[in-house]
Design a protein around this ligand. Sequence first.
Ligand code: ATP
Ligand code: MG
Length: 272
Amino acid sequence: MTIRIRQLQKVYRVGTERVHALRGIDLDIAKNEFVAIMGASGSGKSTLMNILGCLDRPTAGVYELAGKPTHRMNATQLAQVRNQEIGFVFQSFELLNRQTALDNVTLPLIYSSKRWWGVRKRAKEALDRVGLGDRVHHRPMQLSGGQRQRVAIARALVNSPSILLADEPTGNLDSKTSEEIIALFKQLHAEGQTIVIVTHEEDIAGHAKRIVRLRDGRILSDSPTHEDVMHQDYLRRAAVTAVSVAKRELGDADVMASVSASVSASVAEVKP
Ligand SMILES: Nc1ncnc2c1ncn2[C@@H]1O[C@H](COP(=O)(O)OP(=O)(O)OP(=O)(O)O)[C@@H](O)[C@H]1O
Ligand SMILES: [Mg+2]
């Protein structure tokens, strides 16, 4: 098991108040899974991701990553595990704006590598892998939003992490660019990468193989995407909307007839 979590809790202290962000999470994630974490704002998604990514520690409970008990580690050990095992992608890309794409991707290697030899080559390969081989000398401002997120994904991948974590990776992107980024995640998953993403969008979550839903710091449901009741309900509603739009536009009660009419109509339209 890549990830093993038992009764995980996180309590934030703000002045004299305590915020129970996670209230006892049990979660196992195996190698090469592709998981989407969903839930309302404030349900604990980012808190969970930050712990998964060893950016923060739980207040109580067990978190083993690749067999290592991270909940018992001090900050230095945690940083080491983070460097070796984790690739993290954020909603806001978090790139260094004065550095080129290549420099941004090289950075984690400089922190982790004992050997300098081959570092640039590995960074270039990571950029090739995300389809940015021809943009290595561009700075973030000279790239589109989707390309910036690709640089961030290349940076997350460059150390060959056991797990790729992405907290709302498409949150700042338009829907077409979001589809491109999710297609890249699917490609990485097909190549064997374990992936966990947080998203608010059912469309995006639909590409993952499993959906974990949080509510008030607890797991509400955890099921394969094709068995997730809320997701299936969303797909049904989307289909009904598509059909009613087709009906309205064509003014025909027989849906099959309207669909075929709409196809012949568009074929007729493209003919000169
Ligand atoms: N650093 C912090 N200090 C205190 N409370 C925090 C901190 N970070 C998060 N919280 C609280 O913990 C709860 C969970 O927050 P979290 O950021 O995990 O939610 P989320 O599910 O990621 O929400 P969103 O969808 O808005 O990103 C919230 O009630 C939030 O106010
Ligand atoms: Mg969040």
